[in-house]
Design a protein around this ligand. Structure first.
Ligand SMILES: NC(=O)c1ccc[n+]([C@@H]2O[C@H](COP(=O)([O-])OP(=O)(O)OC[C@H]3O[C@@H](n4cnc5c(N)ncnc54)[C@H](O)[C@@H]3O)[C@@H](O)[C@H]2O)c1
Length: 349
């Protein structure tokens, strides 16, 4: 298939790109490159040929000619980035997504796989386990943008246009474009660089976790599945036994890093974002999809690989790995405008 993949230079996109190629698909990548390293840092792997440094808000219909499916990952992709500017989060994550899908439908693209998130379930009763029919209860600008995008995309569904929503749990694991602002990766980073795990909350909230490779496999399954099994359907992506309380994630990391201690932020209280999710639908109905990773295995993989890199605390908490820090720096230095467009003439758009 000819697939247009937005956000291909990101944490998930960098793992998904080679998987799609291995399956024989031809890729057109579109990414504005917020996190592409400069100044001697190791760059995220660029997609070969067909790569466009472009903001999805400014994308025209030309790149959609001859495309069979769009996988739309590009977004301000977590809660802290969403709070940077809630209106921008809406503009990029919601309105630009619906605009892109409308252009795709008009260009004859048949499938549009959208990177949604379990965070749209928001604050939920921790006793219940949520399936895809559960009510939304978004508690952040990021989560609201995903709810609104799903609603706008569902309205575009037609006999010849199939939106598909993959609601991923919080992702973890090694990627060529590594991030440490995701809960499990963050705790591994603290453990390796300081010998202590630092918790911002009291550790009680529930989070469903999914390894980045398993999520990438779900995208492959969602583009390749027969139309009738996925059209206008939402799928939670993760595994039932991979719902954890944050303190359990901390314990898993401590078990993998010898001598690791635990500290909580002063006045740490419960986090309002807490939800447990049922993942049966994807495992039962997405052809060929199965979750292969467990948190324990993924943490050991990260500790093994990152331990060898001898990461410092400053690096781990800096702009290379924490997305909000990077965007703030790029804005403060004038490289990015307040609306997050590149301002260096001619370099990026
Ligand atoms: N990582 C997670 O835990 C998680 C969980 C659920 C859903 N998701 C969703 O999956 C998708 C991918 O997440 P990720 O972790 O790879 O994020 P990421 O931030 O690592 O990558 C996103 C990529 O999109 C690009 N991008 C952002 N805004 C853009 C724009 N306006 N135009 C063009 N490119 C733009 C960035 O440059 C970046 O390379 C996102 O939509 C995110 O909301 C992620």
């Amino acid at each position: 298939m000819n697939i247009l993949l937005t956000g291909h230079l990101g944490y998930v996109g960098s793992v998904l790109t080679p998987m799609l190629r291995e399956r024989g698909h031809t890729l057109v990548g579109v990414d504005t490159g917020f996190f592409v390293a400069e100044d001697g840092e190791t760059a995220a792997p660029a997609s070969d040929g067909g790569t466009h440094r472009l903001d999805v808000r400014r994308m025209g219909p030309e790149l959609l000619q001859g495309i069979d499916a769009v996988i739309h990952l590009a977004a301000l992709s977590n809660d802290p980035m969403g709070e940077l500017d809630p209106a921008l989060t809406d503009a990029i994550n919601h309105r630009a997504s619906v605009r892109l899908a409308r252009m795709a439908r008009e260009a004859g693209v048949e499938r549009f796989v959208f990177a949604s998130s379990c965070s749209l379930y928001g604050a939920a009763d921790s006793k219940g386990v949520l399936d895809e029919s559960a009510p939304f209860n978004p508690v952040t600008a990021y989560a609201r943008s995903k709810v609104d995008a799903e609603a706008g995309l569902a309205e575009l569904a037609a006999a010849d246009f199939a939106p598909v929503f993959l609601r991923a749990g919080t992702v973890y694991g090694l990627s060529p474009a590594m991030r440490f602002d995701l809960v499990a990766n963050n705790l591994v980073g603290w453990a390796l660089t300081t010998g202590r795990i630092h918790l911002e909350s009291d550790g009680s909230p529930w989070r469903p976790l999914v390894h980045v490779e398993d999520l990438a496999r779900a995208y492959v399954a969602a583009v390749e599945a027969p139309r009738e099994t996925v059209a206008n359907q939402a799928f939670n992506v993760g595994r039932d036994d991979q719902n954890f309380q944050v303190r359990d994630i901390a314990d898993t990391v401590r078990a993998a890093v010898a001598g690791c201690g635990l500290e909580m932020a002063p006045n740490a209280g419960p986090d309002t974002r807490s939800y447990r999710v049922s993942f049966r639908k994807a495992e039962e109905t997405l052809p060929g999809f199965e979750v292969r990773w467990t948190l324990e295995k993924g943490v050991r993989q990260m500790v093994g690989a990152l331990g060898q890199r001898r990461l410092t605390r400053e690096e781990f908490l800096g702009p290379r790995y924490i997305r909000l820090v990077r965007l703030r720096r790029l804005r403060e230095s004038g490289r990015l405008s307040d609306e997050l467009y590149w301002s260096t003439a001619g370099s990026r758009v």
